[in-house]
Design a protein around this ligand. Structure first.
Ligand code: COA
Ligand code: AMP
Length: 634
């Protein structure tokens, strides 16, 4: 007999209209859709066309109306400030309705963009949901990005208003956000009319009169407002993610398909229901934060946890176990790197014994390849199933997962299991032909993508088609390479573009190369992702200096490291760059980054047949040794 997963998967592909219409019953609609899937304009597809709803209503108001008013909706747990604060569904709804009133008083209307540049504080969630309430489109920018990155996003989204805070807290350090915001606005061509700034006690932001408004002052003159109904196909948010150049891609998420898919995923993938406590230990600046700190758990009536801390050092590697036991977390979702950090400091998991993890059922990991060592360690220490699942900012929810709510399948370490319902995943060769099981190829998803996935890029349909749809006609290109085994399990092995994953953070090496190339002493450069025991990968730079530059190399490399930090941000974790005489290239002039990466990782490599001058590889090796590569134990 087919398992529940197999039946759901088959039905989702054979009868997508029926499958997703049924899932859409989990959402309250102001007006039901005319068509579930609009496939009249391939390769562009839309879901729930003609439907009207409000995502904030579905995330908050309906739970208040349906008996969950006093249930905790959001628990803010901040070891860095010594705070634990709970918002019930009623309190969160009221706070959101009030802040939505403040936004409206400042002129924010349906369809306007609002950039949110905030640390992990409840006001960030309130601001996101307030935008959703008004039908405004939020664009959250991760706090670890530098002003230039923020300015690029301001220029693209052209926000009417920006919401920010005076500071973030990174471990023991207070990072002032307001000077970064001011610099970004200075750099941006498109200036927001207003900024609302939440003053935290740890730092007082200097305000620009006429432009900046204190969060509390904005509230003081505002009344709560009701939800504004929007089309299912109207955008809920834009989330910028690294592309293959320094220019980020504005991934658009619509309201209807997103609400349906995320609501469906909570029960069927994560096996949680209304009333359960669900914790995604990520940041609201990333897609995991959008989908599984904010929207997914609230749409499902769960209690969500917002954790302002790190897996280690706040105060110790027992922080995750403390939060799980204190708040009775049923499901935790984080990145493998968090577990590598914990394992490094508490290899025997001694601190786990200090806490009662009785109610904890499942650990989900995503964001980067999950190495079997980390998966096995977590499973042994915690004694619960550890589920790797694979997804992207673009899809907004898992492309492949072990759908625990549909009955868990056996885990194969190193595999995120099988495609989730709605995703017809295939592995193709360069000619677009399916490869045999076990053979590596380009992983693609047959169109249409299921609800919740990006319908386009913000004001850039050509870029959307170019990046994702044009390579293999009829398929979405994931830009991940991997294989499917005989049992249909997927293995995600590498990106096919220049994206690297640093501590679960997605970064473009091309973007870093653009920064290095702008240094006056640099003639050419390359950045590769080198293997790292903690962060999975870290960027490693190679530069060739212009003829006649005779400054000490140490001085130049220091400047280069600072430049990447200043232009992209600390999150790039760009700490190593080495000066080389030349870069290895093919005879046609293509830089052999893959070979350089293998040398840095200490992996076996074969001499590329097309290499221009094989002697360069030993020069690269020698140069890498001077900066400690290959690292032992990686
Ligand atoms: N605001 C400002 N700066 C930030 C920031 C933020 N929101 N987030 C990170 N940074 C800074 C850090 O302070 C650090 O700066 P530094 O170079 O001055 O030390 C730098 O960006 C790199 O941060 P991070 O990658 O987080 O490294 P870390 O060494 O501070 O911590 C881990 C390492 C593994 C503990 C951490 O990456 C982690 O908890 N990862 C969890 C996984 C995760 O959240 N993934 C997201 C997708 S699911
Ligand atoms: P992001 O858009 O930041 O979520 O990053 C998406 C990319 O992270 C994917 O394209 C993969 O390269 C990688 N990724 C995410 N989850 C996994 C996983 N479970 N296994 C392997 N790679 C993953």
């Amino acid at each position: 007999m087919a398992s529940a997963y197999e039946s759901a998967y088959r039905r989702s592909l054979e009868d997508p209209n029926g499958f997703w219409a049924e899932a859409a019953e989990g959402i309250n609609w102001d007006q039901r859709w005319e068509r579930v899937l609009d496939d009249g304009n391939p390769p562009m597809y839309r879901w729930f066309v003609g439907g009207r709803l409000n995502t904030c209503y579905n995330a908050l108001d309906r739970h208040v109306e349906q008996g969950r008013a006093d249930q905790p909706a959001l628990i803010y747990d901040s070891p860095v400030t010594g705070t634990v604060r709970t918002y019930t569904y009623r309190e969160l709804r009221d706070a959101v309705a009030h802040f939505a009133g403040a936004l409206r008083s400042q002129g924010v209307q349906k369809g306007d963009r609002v950039i949110i540049y905030m640390p992990m504080i409840p006001e960030a969630v309130i601001a996101m949901l307030a935008c959703a309430r008004l039908g405004a489109i939020h664009s959250v920018v991760f706090g670890g990005f530098a002003p230039k990155e923020l300015a690029t996003r301001i220029n693209d989204a052209q926000p009417r208003l920006i919401v920010s805070a005076s500071c973030g807290i990174e471990g023991k350090r207070v990072i002032e956000y307001k000077p970064l915001l001011d610099q970004a606005i200075e750099l941006a061509e498109s200036k927001p009319q207003k900024c609302i700034v939440f003053q935290r006690p740890q730092a007082q932001a200097a305000m620009s009169p006429g432009r900046d408004i204190d969060w509390n002052d904005a509230l003081a003159s505002a009344d709560p407002v009701d939800c504004v109904m929007v089309e299912a196909t109207d955008p809920l948010y834009i989330l910028y993610t690294s592309g293959t150049t320094g220019i980020p891609k504005g991934v658009v998420r619509d309201n209807g398909g997103h609400a349906v898919a995320l609501h469906w995923s909570m029960k069927n993938i994560y096996n949680v229901e209304a009333g359960d406590v669900y914790w995604a230990a990520s940041d609201i600046g990333w897609v995991v934060g959008h989908s599984y700190i904010v929207y997914g758990p609230l749409l499902a009536g769960c209690t969500t946890i917002m954790f302002e801390g790190k897996p280690v050092g706040t105060p110790d590697p027992g922080a995750f176990w403390r939060v799980i036991s204190q708040h009775k977390v049923k499901v935790l979702f984080t990145a493998p790197t968090a577990f590598r950090a914990i394992k490094r400091e508490d290899p025997e998991g001694k601190l786990i014994g200090n806490y009662d993890l009785g109610g904890f059922e499942t650990l989900f990991l995503a964001g980067e390849r999950c190495d079997p060592d980390t998966l096995n360690w977590a499973q042994t220490q915690l004694g619960v199933p550890v589920i790797d699942h694979w997804w992207q900012t673009e899809t907004g929810w898992a492309i492949a997962a072990n759908c625990v709510g549909l009955g868990a399948l056996p885990v194969k370490p190193g595999s995120p299991t099988k495609p989730a319902p709605g995703y017809e995943v295939q592995v193709l060769d360069e000619a677009g032909q399916p490869v045999a099981p076990g053979k590596i190829g380009s992983i693609v998803v047959k169109l249409p993508l299921p609800p919740g996935c990006l319908p386009t890029l913000w004001q850039n349909e050509a870029g959307f088609r170019d990046s994702y749809l044009n390579t293999f006609s009829g398929y979405y290109l994931t830009a991940d390479a991997g294989f499917q085994d005989e049992d249909g399990y997927l293995f995600i092995m590498a990106r096919t573009d220049d994206i690297i994953n640093v501590a679960g953070h997605r970064l473009s090496t091309g973007g870093m190369e653009e920064v290095l190339a702008s240094h006056p002493n640099v003639a050419e450069c390359a950045v590769v992702g080198a293997r790292d025991t903690l962060k999975g990968e870290v960027p490693l730079g190679f530069v060739v200096l212009k003829a006649g530059v005779d400054r000490p190399h140490g001085e130049i490399t220091k400047e280069l490291i600072q430049m990447v930090r200043d232009k992209i941000g600390p999150v790039a974790a760009f700490k190593t760059v080495t000066v080389v005489q030349r870069l290895p290239k093919t005879r046609s002039g293509k830089v052999l980054r893959g070979t350089m990466k293998k040398i840095a990782d200490g992996s076996e490599y074969s001499m590329p047949a097309t290499i221009d001058d094989p002697a360069i590889l030993s020069e690269i090796q020698e140069s890498l040794q001077t900066v400690g590569y290959p690292k032992t134990g990686t």
